[in-house]
Ligand binder design. Sequence first.
Ligand code: SAH
Length: 218
Amino acid sequence: MIDEFEQEREAMVIHQIERRGITSPRVLAAMLSVPRHRFVPPEMIRYAYDDNPLPIGSGQTISQPYIVALMTQVLALDGDETVLEIGTGSGYQAAVLGSLAREVHTMERHADLAEHAQDVLVELGFRNVFVHVGDGTLGWFDASPYQGIIITAAAPKPPPPLLDQLAEGGRMVIPVGAWGSQMLQLLQKEKSELTTIDVLPVAFVPLRGEHGWKEDNW
Ligand code: SAH
């Protein structure tokens, strides 16, 4: 995708992402091609390729580019997968996933964010990304099982419905823990057994809902 931000995007990929050790050529290509500036509010466009998260309204944020790339790399997508994302937010992470998987379902509890994200994704031509409004801690049963599940808000623990909707051999990437002590974890399901690997300490907004944090704990 050629646009006036191409050079900024290239610098972002080299300095923020490759330099920190992201090596997957497919992930690097996706980060180079998805126009991040289209997913931020107008007043944030000039900061769209900065090395940090940005506010997107409704008290939510678009994640730092490096974290988007890292979580995507951890899923190890080869192009055939059906992927579930919880926490659509701006739709940026969903677009990166849409570039790398067969089909992406993404859930957002704020209807206004979900509608805006869906509009941008359609404008950019992503026909394989489907946005659903609802409590993502319950998952999206209709398109399950998923070879990849990515949660972009911090959970008290991996929500059981999401573990059920993860395919055999599937991977889930999820920030777990309260503010100030979150760990990004990779869970893999093999022969119905789960293994967990700690990836990196992170700072995400809370996952709310039935199997998330209840409204008043932080
Ligand atoms: N992936 C996003 C960033 C997400 S920020 C991007 O690329 O821009 C986390 C998002 O998770 C917020 O928009 C928040 O509203 C949403 N969220 C929190 N709890 C949720 C739940 N139970 N179901 C769906 N979305 C949830």
